[in-house]
Ligand binder design. Structure first.
Ligand code: ADP
Length: 287
């Protein structure tokens, strides 16, 4: 994921919310440059996968804040116990840069990022525009998946995906999936599953919590096994980016990347999905 230095600096210096008062308070939203002077309410929002999320109501409006320094009881396939999570600001920096890059395209509603930084207690925070969600999920309407074509080419994502398959046979024969495919670099959300898709009060689709990078447009479907996209989403997508032969097979490969990642992060429940894609792929190589 890349942005120009000028764009990065522009976003970081955006004089909207400052965290200067953090030496006086643990609160990331306390005083801004003559703007927010009072927090009227703080409420938890939803349940994030990784961070604590809150809505801050201030005298200049509402903000959405995520922090990641906290302890909580967690029970899951690979976790049981009281877990203290504390992650440096690089994760939120990437989120802020990703949101900023998508926001600047003006093609789809994403929360505007304002600030990220370190909490004095350890861990970090990000502050962004608070989005009031509407009733509908919004993303089946068709305008969700828009690719933003870039002027300068970037390396295709193939090399990143080859490694997880480990083993010379698939690695050597994978190239055929990409033979004669025109790969135009696009800005990708990177984690486009249903939990990160909503709609605003106008019914327009909103995408959240990105893991942006520039890559092959088809890689955006790597999380489609958790997205529930209807046919209309694909139809409107292919109007923007015409479908190329072999799309489904390559989509499986991009899904494999996410399955392996989930296996890595969340445990053995995802092994069978990964293996099934690998087996199909090996079968197709042999046959
Ligand atoms: P995590 O990084 O922990 O996965 P999320 O970004 O998914 O957290 O956010 C957690 C919750 O907050 C979700 O329920 C999501 O719908 C909601 N949310 C995310 N971004 C915003 C926003 N800008 N405004 C309002 N609610 C949001």
């Amino acid at each position: 994921f890349r942005k120009t230095a000028a764009q990065q600096s522009d976003m970081r210096n955006a004089p909207r919310l400052e965290a200067e008062s953090m030496s006086m308070s643990e609160d990331p939203v306390r005083v801004s440059e003559g703007k927010a002077t009072k927090i009227t309410k703080i409420n938890p929002v939803g349940v994030g996968c990784v961070n604590l999320a809150s809505r801050y109501d201030t005298d200049v409006g509402s903000f959405f804040v995520k922090t990641n320094s906290y302890g909580r009881w967690e029970i899951g396939p690979s976790v049981f116990g009281f877990v203290v999570r504390s992650i440096g600001p690089s994760m939120f920096e990437a989120e802020a840069l990703g949101l900023g890059a998508m926001y600047e395209t003006g093609t789809i509603c994403v929360p505007k990022p304002y600030k990220f930084g370190l909490l004095p207690t350890g861990g970090s925070f990000i502050i962004m525009e608070f989005i009031q969600f509407g009733a509908s999920r919004g993303y089946q309407g068709g305008s969700l998946l828009k690719c933003i074509k870039l002027e300068s080419p970037v390396k295709p994502m193939v090399s990143m995906l080859i490694t997880p398959l480990a083993g010379q046979r698939p690695v050597k024969s994978m190239g055929r999936l990409f033979a004669n495919v025109v790969i135009e670099p696009c800005l990708l959300h990177g984690d486009l599953w249903s939990g990160n898709i909503s709609s605003n009060r106008n019914g327009e689709p909103v995408i959240l919590d990105p893991a942006c990078y520039y890559g092959h447009s088809e890689a955006e479907f790597g999380m489609s096994w958790c997205a529930g996209f209807e046919g209309s989403v694909y139809d409107s997508y292919f109007k923007v980016m015409p479908k190329q032969p072999g799309f489904e097979e390559r989509r499986d490969l991009y899904m494999l990347y996410h399955c392996l990642n989930h296996y890595n992060l969340f445990g053995s429940g995802y092994r069978s999905s990964a293996m099934s894609i690998i087996d199909d792929y090996l079968d197709s190589v042999v046959s």
